[in-house]
Design a protein around this ligand. Structure first.
Ligand code: ADP
Ligand code: ASP
Ligand code: MG
Length: 448
């Protein structure tokens, strides 16, 4: 039985664009239908989760007409996907019934009381739709396929961390009970919370689903199929002439994902690193491209990539009397700990400590508590620009970087905290300029 000795499992995840049109769904079929056993994790069709979030926001504002309008448009889109993709009459009827059930639920939601749980149920529908449609399409094409409901095994604990023990036990039980198949399809992103309610792994979370499944099944490899040929050395949305990096270590990839490389959900690398499972990033539109391979191997020294993370808040905590006093930083950190708010960067001077957070949910309460023993200054709309590589702090050229940023106001620098990372905090309006300058200097060898 495959999963009792699962050394031959591969997990393949396809993102929104990869399943975003009938033509692309056909490409995905061509990639997965090779008679090898695999678990396929799908995102929602591109645009769907955004629309579902919008629908939910309208419901929160009690604007049900606007919500119904979006629901109808989305329903029409799925009706036309069904028409173009599935021709076998029984399968078409079956898939059409499923689509109708989803849209009946969405319509009914417009008269329900808005709650977080309702929101979670609404945003889960995208992955439920894509996986049902894709599974039935594979059936039609003669692939031996089974649909596994992620809600039967994917679960997070009270700290919102994957509950590995539960996931492994449940997934193995389901796989061993299910009829044998070549392709097992499941939903990315969605899960149950510690209380058994429907929840999710945050936006972009299908990548994370894939590595969590890869780790618990001890897969040979996790492949993340997307719309670009691997992890690029800078953000291609803001910088021209970027290129895919062929190899990255888990540490490098984790830093890049955490600090804004949108191609990977921030937590994606963690389960793979822990279980030492290679992660390969591939392009659904160009399967022949090599992509990026992420493993425990550490390759050459130097800066490999630049990424940026927006919506950062900088907090300066000033206290002339107390900064150097024993216990001051402990007091500061305890407040962030109390509000479960992670700190990304930190710098200190004689009279102040500056730090950054990306989750500003509890900012007001945090600032209030800090104000009891210090003066607090807050700057929003900051971006962390992060340079990632191997031994970059030791690298002899690294110090020259700062020359290229001469006319950009760098609010904070974190250098030396790890060998893999140098982070700079800039105002978001200067981000693109900083990314371009650094790119030209580091990768195009422009001298300063
Ligand atoms: P998917 O829907 O497949 O999950 P995403 O949109 O989440 O795809 O991620 C792929 C996109 O990430 C690319 O189209 C690209 O615009 C963006 N991106 C940002 N930074 C990088 C990077 N360093 N390398 C590659 N892609 C990046
Ligand atoms: N569909 C979800 C989103 O758009 C999850 C994902 O695509 O990874 O955020
Ligand atoms: Mg994504």
């Amino acid at each position: 039985m495959l999963y009792k000795n699962s050394s031959d499992v591969k997990v393949l995840k396809f993102g929104g664009t990869s399943v975003g049109s009938v033509a692309n769904i056909k490409r995905v079929k061509a990639i997965v239908a090779d008679n090898e056993k695999k678990i396929v994790v799908l995102s929602a069709m591109s645009g769907t989760t955004n629309t579902l979030v919008e629908i939910s926001e309208f419901l929160k504002l009690k604007q049900s007409k606007k919500a119904l309008n979006l629901i109808e448009k989305l329903h029409n889109k799925y009706a036309s996907v069904l028409d173009d993709l599935i021709v076998a009459s029984e399968l078409k009827q079956h898939t059409g019934n499923y689509i109708n059930t989803v849209f009946d639920f969405l319509k009914k939601s417009t008269t329900a009381n808005y709650t977080q749980l309702l929101h979670n149920k609404i945003v889960a529908q995208g992955e439920l739709l894509s996986t049902h449609i894709f599974t039935n399409y594979l059936h039609q094409e003669g692939v031996n396929v089974r649909l596994l409901s992620a809600l039967d095994f994917m679960r997070i604990d009270k700290q919102e961390e994957p509950d590995d023990f539960y996931i492994k036990q449940s997934l193995f039980r389901i796989l061993n009970e299910a009829l044998p198949a070549d392709v097992y399809v499941t939903q990315g992103f969605i899960c149950l919370d510690a209380f058994g309610n429907i929840s999710n792994l945050q936006r972009g979370g299908s990548d994370y689903t894939a590595t969590i499944i890869g780790a618990v099944t001890d897969a040979d490899e996790v492949e993340i199929w997307t719309d670009i040929d691997g992890l690029h050395n800078n953000d291609p949305r803001f910088v021209e002439h970027t290129h895919a990096i062929s190899n990255l270590s888990f540490d490098e990839a984790a830093e890049l994902a955490y600090f804004g490389a949108k191609i990977l959900h921030p937590q994606t690398v963690m389960p793979a690193r822990k279980a030492n499972i290679p992660v390969r990033l591939k392009n659904t539109m160009r399967p022949e491209a090599l992509g990026t391979l992420i493993t425990s191997n550490v390759s050459e020294e130097g800066i490999k990539a630049i990424a940026a993370k927006d919506r950062i808040t900088a907090i300066k905590i000033k206290s002339a009397r107390m900064l150097l006093a024993h216990g001051f930083l402990k007091k500061v950190f305890e407040i962030f700990e109390k509000y479960e708010t992670a700190i990304d960067m930190i710098t200190t001077s004689e009279i102040a400590v500056s730090l950054t957070i990306d989750d500003d949910k509890n900012l007001v309460a945090i600032a209030e508590e800090l104000s009891k023993f210090s003066t607090v200054e807050i700057d929003t709309q900051q971006s962390i620009v992060c340079l990632v590589g191997n031994s970059i702090v030791k690298h002899k050229e690294t110090h020259r970087l700062f020359k290229v940023l001469q006319d950009i106001s760098v609010r904070m620098i974190s250098y030396g905290g790890s060998n893999n990372n140098i982070s700079l905090l800039v105002n978001t309006k200067d981000k693109t300029k900083a990314l371009k300058r650094l790119h030209n200097y580091i990768f195009n060898l422009v001298t300063t």
